[in-house]
Design a protein around this ligand. Structure first.
Ligand code: PHB
Length: 250
């Protein structure tokens, strides 16, 4: 890609523009986008205009900009995440209807757990996980499952820290984390009481794909002191169902 005088490529600038949109910042002016993406105003207006013309961004009557449906369409229709989510949804619905707590599906993405789906009921409690949101690997049950079955290099990178705490229960000692990962592999699931928020316990199991590797973590978020056993049985049965749908080898 052609580089600008400042040395960043067209792709760099495009990514910076798109990354200014977040779960809580869905509408911005072109000037705000430029400031946040660190682009000169004229460049920001040109790039935003081109993206609007292409349908990747949309402009409302007040000339404010939001992410365009065309971007969602292009990103979604051929995605691996969509296939996984579709394979998992029926089994996730069974878990959600029986356990009646948040039920979610996460994958490993750039050293974090990225949530592809979350089903919640009216009575479900607190939950910090969001669809298309991320949680740290060491501080969530899904993350611990993904990390426990990840390749050695990634495990060592995370173990090298920093292991930032979000609660008093988050594992911040690499030796303790190493033991926890060994335990997850030994028992085949992760229980994370209060690791990411003090009021909840995350319970997660691995989902294998046709290569035999762990492709996702399936989890529920329980109120902190609720026993995990019944939810765990549902999660394990659901993971088997998803694996059958994916044609997984185990
Ligand atoms: C977890 O995966 O451990 C988890 C996720 C979200 C929460 C609580 C726990 O709100």
């Amino acid at each position: 890609m052609a580089n600008s005088p400042s040395g960043d490529s067209v792709t760099d600038r495009l990514i910076r523009v798109l990354e200014t949109f977040t779960a809580t910042r869905t509408v911005q002016t072109a000037a705000e986008i430029g400031r946040r993406a660190d682009l000169p105003p004229s460049t920001a207006h040109r790039v935003v205009g081109e993206l609007v013309d292409a349908g990747l961004l949309e402009r409302d009557e007040d000339r404010r900009i939001r992410v365009g449906m065309r971007l969602w369409e292009l990103a979604t229709r051929s995605s691996h995440a969509l296939r996984l989510r579709q394979a998992a949804l029926p089994a996730m619905e069974v878990v959600q209807s029986r356990v009646r707590e948040h039920t979610q599906l996460a994958i490993l993405e750039q050293d974090e757990a990225l949530f592809l789906e979350r089903l919640s009921g009216p009575g479900s409690g607190s939950n910090v996980a969001r669809i298309a949101g991320r949680l740290p690997l060491h501080a969530s049950s899904s993350g611990l499952v993904l990390l426990a079955y990840a390749d050695r290099a990634l495990q060592e990178r995370i173990l090298a820290g920093p292991l930032a705490p979000t609660t008093r229960e988050t594992i911040t000692d690499p030796a303790v984390l190493r033991r926890k990962l060994a335990e997850v592999r030994a028992v085949g699931h992760a229980v994370a009481p209060g690791f990411i928020e003090a009021v909840s316990t995350g319970v997660a199991v691995p989902v294998h794909d046709e290569t035999g590797g762990v492709t996702a973590a399936l989890s529920v978020v329980l109120p902190r002191d609720e026993p995990a056993d019944a939810a765990l049985r549902e999660l394990l049965a659901a993971a088997r169902d998803i694996e059958r749908t994916l044609g997984a080898r185990r």
